[in-house]
Each structure stands twice: as C-alpha cells, then as structure tokens.
Design a protein around this ligand. Structure first.
Ligand code: GUN
Length: 297
C-alpha cells in the first residue's frame, strides 16, 4: 500500500483564495482592509526570505502589509518601543516579530509586549498559556501547528481517541501542536532527544508529527501501517545532481514511510505552504476583532 500524499500546496492555495474573497467582500462593505506588520531585526537571510514571502502573500490576498526593519544591534528598548507603536496603530491588525531574534535580545519579553488582540503568531505567553490549559481558548493559534491540524483534517485522520506522537518539543511547533491534539482528545506523547525508545514509541502512533530538524531521522519501519504522518522538517542535504547542489528533505525518510503510512505530507509542498495561509487567516481574525471594536460587527 502506498500512502495518500497530503497536498499542502493545493490546500494552502484554496485557503488563501477563500481569505482573499472574504477580504474583498469586507473591503466592499466597510472600506477597510486588514493590516499586518512583520518586524525584522537584523539581516538573517532565511528571516529576510520569510518576511518577503509573507509580504507577497498579503499583497495577493488584498491585505495591507508593512515590514519595519531594525538593525542587528537594536536595543531591547528600541524593539519593544516599535512593538508598542504598532500596538497603537489603527491600520495594523496583526504584529509578527520574526524569530529568531539576535541573541542579545529577550524574545519572551518582546513577544509579551504585543497586544493580545494583534498577536497573529499566537506566541504571546498568555495565548500559549490558554492553548495548553484545559478549557481555555487562545485568541490566535500559532500558524504552523494550526496548518498541521488542517492537513490532518483534510487527510481524514481520526484525531479523537488517537495515539499521537509528537517528536520535538519546540515552543513554535512541538509544544503547541501537542496541545491542539490533546484539545481534540488525542492521547499525546511528546518525544525528544532523551526519549529512551524513540522507534518503539513512534510505532504506537496513529498520528506522527515530526518536528525535530534532523534530515530523514524517522524511518519507514518506525511507522505503524496506515498512520498519518505530518512532517514539519525542512532540511538541506547535499545533492550534486540538483541544480543548486542541494535538495530539501523532511525529518521523515519519505520514500520508506510512503510505503507504510496511510497518509503523509511531502517536503517541500506539505506543511510549509500552510504556515503563510494560516498567518493570513489569523490576520483576518484580528481584522474581525477591529471591526468588532469599531461596532461594525
Ligand atoms: N520563525 C520560524 N517560524 C516562525 C513563525 O512561525 N513565526 C515567526 N515570527 N518566526 C518564525
């Protein structure tokens, strides 16, 4: 049996079109559009690429965006001051501080300054706290984990009562996706570098989330037949036959796992495209909060 390939690119394109349609309708009705600010500190090339991609996606969806830039040596006060200005800016609904920040900055304090209603990344400590606490709802769900849940639903995975194994415990992916799966009544195990029997634990899983950042670490014979496999990894591996000299692979050995799994996300074209789609969706949600404050909804 070969697995169903979960086409994140197509699903993200559909979600983005739905958002663009709603933005256009709200603009026609109210004469207002959503606004997103992506704050970049320094010149990290990967972060520059992500911020540019987010700006382009906003433009295509009819969302206003601005990309405030601070130098690598910006002080804690300067970054927090910029975030406070954006909190007060009525044309900005969503504020995203691109991570990682330069090492001299306290990212937890900076994320804590973002207005709760503009926290489109969902990384404010109160939003994360609400996500992981029982019976509480965050104002925003972090984009990559939210996108992963959409992919599981699109694949028809049964989450209620499932054994879910999350490999990786990052604040951006592992911890929030484990909370989301638990909120949908999965039985969740979080694995990490000290997990004693990683292959044996993954073999129990009806749903596997791979978020470790190690190329092809999860092998096909770790996968329970029929399991749903969601691979967040994006790793460069040398490939002299490729034009750029490298290719991108996930944290799962795709060619092996595809023979065993029930459904699996490819890399690239799986989880990656969903992150930006969910960011646009969160920005639209933040815009609805503005319309509610203005008494228009
Ligand atoms: N760096 C890697 N992923 C993310 C993300 O989802 N949001 C932000 N702000 N920075 C990131």
């Amino acid at each position: 049996m070969t697995a169903k390939i979960i086409d994140g690119k197509a699903i993200a394109a559909r979600v983005r079109q739905e958002i663009a349609d709603e933005v256009a309708a709200l603009k026609a009705k109210h004469g207002l559009v959503p606004g997103l600010a992506t704050v970049l500190v320094g010149e990290d090339p990967a972060s520059q690429f992500y911020v540019r991609s987010k700006g382009r996606a906003c433009e295509k969806a009819g969302i206003y965006s601005t990309k405030p830039l601070l130098p690598e040596n910006a002080s804690q006060e300067e970054v927090e001051g910029l975030v406070r200005e954006l909190n007060e800016d009525p044309s900005i609904d969503g504020i995203l501080v691109q991570l990682p920040l330069p090492r001299h900055l306290d990212d937890e304090a900076i994320l804590g300054v973002i207005s709760l209603h503009k926290d489109v990344d969902g990384f404010h400590p109160i939003n994360i706290g609400r996500l992981v606490m029982k019976g509480r709802d965050p104002l925003f769900v972090p984009c990559t984990p939210a996108g992963m849940m959409v992919l599981m639903d699109e694949a028809g995975a049964e989450i209620e009562g499932a054994e879910a194994v999350v490999v990786g415990r990052s604040n951006i992916v592992g911890i929030p996706v484990a909370g989301l799966l638990r909120n949908r009544n999965a039985t969740v195990t979080i694995c990490h570098s000290r997990t004693r029997d990683l292959p044996g634990t993954v073999r129990r899983a009806d749903i596997v989330v791979a978020a470790i950042g190690r190329p092809q670490m999860i092998r096909g014979d770790w996968i329970k037949p029929g399991a749903t496999v969601i691979d967040v990894g994006i790793n460069r591996v040398d490939d002299p036959t490729a034009k750029r000299g490298y290719r991108l692979v996930g944290d799962v050995a795709f060619d092996e796992a595809v023979e065993v799994a029930g459904a699996i996300t490819p890399v690239p074209g799986g989880v990656g495209p969903m992150t930006i789609a969910m960011l646009l969706n969160n920005t639209l949600t933040a815009f609805h909060y503005r319309l509610q404050r203005l008494g228009l909804e």
